[in-house]
Design a protein around this ligand. Structure first.
Ligand code: NAI
Length: 655
């Protein structure tokens, strides 16, 4: 091993400790692979060594591949060969895991004879999230260690598991409470004189499903994947690995891995993965310190306010919620309690944490309660007069350097800011519903916003675990503006010959979780109706206007909430096309003298994409978004654009 190697070998009596120290994530870079290779040679050569431990320095075990090696020709030793070598070691190997043991990291651990992990470690094979499958034996070895069905869940779902689940599955031998290294040495002492367990590659699969069960499993995965190839190919690769010879299966896995790596879907998924990680990094903010935030104010405890308060509580902030009267205060608290109850039920928080978080929330009608807040987020009715009134009170009662944010969907935040004292601290924080769940957050820079205000908002977003997308002030910012643009074209298609269910079907076939009209029904139709009424006086009379959405609201059809919208909903909330709507649409075409014609799915999607891309170009030209990546991140994370297609701007670039 060279002195520069990120891998070192030390001994503790007759136990070798192989330490990987390759910050930040101990990725399986070439130097790491080579270092482990040499260390294993040394362990097997040295008669004084009876067992070896593979452990990492820093905050994590090997957390994945080295992304800088992506797309470059592989240099020996490649990871699959290294793992075969680990497996063939004549001295028992123990993988000691902490932090994230993901992707190639977990595959390395599968090459070892024993695995132990700290209680907080996460284990997973997340390759499908990048349109890939494990490429170093994961599909072959995992179903020979844990039940095939669990291996399928882990590989096709791509979600990491905690150590409790990993232990239940049999993926790890021990959960370590104290010091990992000490526990690994203790285990090594216990097993050093016993023969190596049979390598996973030579074991039989655990509880393999029969042929019928396989067909059903793969069909289910295909349905859930909504057009994404990797989960289905992963399942088929596991099936081949379980039903056939394991060593042959390694070759097939590699072939499938390479095929997927070069696919459009993987390129799109990698594009969005990197875009999400770079979109909030603004060069002009280098060296600008965010303000310290401890206490958050939220104005309004309705749908958004309660979600925002929940998100802030979960991130560890104390929250003051302001409402109009005592009843509304109680409703606001009940809304937050409901959300936190959901987090408790899903195992995201414990009962004691739940109770503590509720204790961190106070509700009041008195704006003076906001005196200590460092950041206040307004989420009251979408009405300019109400917003102005609220911001006047915030100007009067908050600290002069408290950041004041609005969650408005469409209103002009510049106008709100200029009416405030210290307008440089006003910003837009446009959350998506449900705010404690949805990852996207548009951070809207007002004209006068100071760099410190923006840096504070971005730091707050990061602490909430959000994907923050900086954008400028305009009607609808990035996402709602693009949605308005393509909605218009969908409405044109209604008048020209489509029905809502035609457009929605084309969209779901393309990979959206739901179509535009189903989504509108879910969000409620009256907010956009109010916006249309607000904009009516400034509407260009020469521009084509589709009034169908207005008719629905006039008919009292507000969407899913009252069982009638573009669709009708049964008592279980199941949607079905409504002949009343079809007749309304067809009658409107007749009224306007439009001869209806059929639209194919491809034509519908082409129309939608062109509308998104054209509006995206305008948004870029106006500087509302700083890059096409920002637009893709918004559309994928807030508007259901299929992730494996990379976003509308990515599709335009690669068309
Ligand atoms: P909502 O109607 O559910 O809640 C508004 C709350 O504000 C009500 O509880 C009301 O009592 C309270 N309120 C009204 N005036 C107040 C005042 N002067 N002082 C204190 N509290 C007051 O509305 P929702 O849906 O939560 O929307 C709030 C804001 O968030 C709007 O600006 C909306 O455009 C925006 N927004 C809504 C989204 C959604 O999906 N619903 C998504 C993103 C933004």
């Amino acid at each position: 091993m060279s002195t520069m190697s990120p891998v070192s070998l030390t001994t503790e009596n007759d136990i070798a400790i192989i330490t990987i120290d390759h910050p930040p994530i101990n990725a399986t870079s070439h130097a790491v692979r080579l270092g482990i290779w040499d260390a294993i040679d040394q362990v097997n050569r040295d008669d004084a060594i009876r067992a070896a431990i593979l452990i990492c320095a820093g905050s994590t075990f090997i957390a994945g591949a080295d992304v800088t090696e992506f797309g470059k020709p592989p240099i020996d030793p490649i990871l699959p060969d290294l793992i075969l070598k680990l497996e063939q070691s004549t001295k028992p190997l123990i993988a000691a895991l902490h932090g994230n043991a993901l992707g190639g990291g977990l595959e390395v651990a599968l090459g070892c004879h024993y695995r132990i992990a700290t209680a907080t470690a996460k284990l997973g094979l997340p390759e499908v999230n990048l349109g890939l499958i494990p490429g170093a034996g994961g599909t072959v070895r995992l179903p020979r260690l844990i039940a095939v069905e669990n291996a399928i869940t882990m590989i096709t779902g791509g979600k990491p598991f905690n150590t409790t689940t990993a232990h239940d599955f049999g993926l790890i031998d021990e959960i370590v409470d104290g010091d990992l290294r000490t526990a690994a040495i203790a285990l090594a002492e216990r097993i050093k004189n016993t023969p190596c367990p049979v390598a996973l590659i030579d074991r039989a699969p655990v509880n393999a499903p029969d042929a019928d069960a396989w067909d059903a499993l793969i069909a289910g995965i295909g349905k859930k994947a909504r057009g994404q190839d990797a989960p289905v190919i992963a399942a088929r690769t596991i099936r081949a690995a379980v039903t056939g010879d394991a060593r042959t299966a390694l070759g097939l896995e590699r072939e499938n891995f390479i095929r997927l790596r070069d696919s459009d879907q993987s390129k799109a998924l990698r594009h969005i993965f990197f875009a999400e990680r770079s979109v909030a990094k603004l060069p002009e903010l280098a060296g600008v310190a965010p303000r310290t935030i401890a206490e958050i104010g939220v104005i309004g405890g309705g749908i958004m306010g309660a979600g925002i308060a929940t998100a802030a509580l979960l991130a560890g902030y104390a929250v003051v919620m302001i409402e109009r009267d005592d009843d509304a205060c109680e409703r606001g608290i009940a809304n937050v309690r409901h959300h936190l109850g959901g987090s408790l039920k899903r195992g995201i928080i414990t009962q004691s944490r739940h109770d503590q978080l509720l204790g961190d929330l106070v509700s009041s009608t008195d704006y003076a309660t906001l005196a200590d807040c460092d950041l206040v987020i307004e989420a009251v009715f979408e009405d300019m007069a109400v917003k102005h009134d609220v911001f006047a009170k915030l100007s009067a009662h908050c600290k002069s350097d408290a950041v004041l944010a609005s969650n408005t969907s469409y209103l002009d935040i510049d106008a709100i800011a200029t009416a405030c004292t210290h307008p440089e601290r006003v910003i837009g924080l446009h959350f998506f519903s449900p705010a404690h769940v949805m990852k996207l957050l548009e951070v809207v820079r007002t004209r006068l916003a100071s760099p410190a205000t923006l840096a504070t908002a971005l730091a707050f977003a990061r602490r909430l675990g959000k994907i923050a997308v900086p954008c400028g002030v305009c009607d609808g910012f990035i996402g709602n503006r693009i949605m308005s643009a393509y909605r218009k074209h969908c409405e044109y298609m209604l008048e020209d010959g489509s029905l809502p269910s035609d457009i929605d079907r084309a969209m779901t076939n393309f990979g959206f979780p739901m179509g535009l009209f189903a989504m509108q029904d879910m969000a409620g139709l009256e907010i956009s109706w109010a916006t249309r009424k607000r904009l009516a006086p400034t509407r260009d009379p020469n521009e084509r206007y589709v009034a169908l959405g207005d008719y629905l609201c006039e008919m009292g059809r507000f969407g899913r909430k009252n069982g009638l919208g573009w669709y009708r909903y049964d008592e279980h909330g199941k949607a079905s096309p409504d002949p009343v709507i079809d007749e309304l649409v067809i009658a409107e075409s007749a009224k306007k003298g439009i001869k209806r014609r059929p639209f194919s799915d491809a034509e519908i999607i082409e129309t939608i994409l062109s509308a998104m891309q054209a509006e995206g170009e305008k948004i870029l030209a106006e500087g509302i978004a700083h890059s096409p990546d920002a637009i893709d991140v918004v559309m994928v994370n807030g508007y259901g654009f299929p992730r494996h297609k990379g976003g509308p701007m990515h599709l335009k670039k690669t068309a």
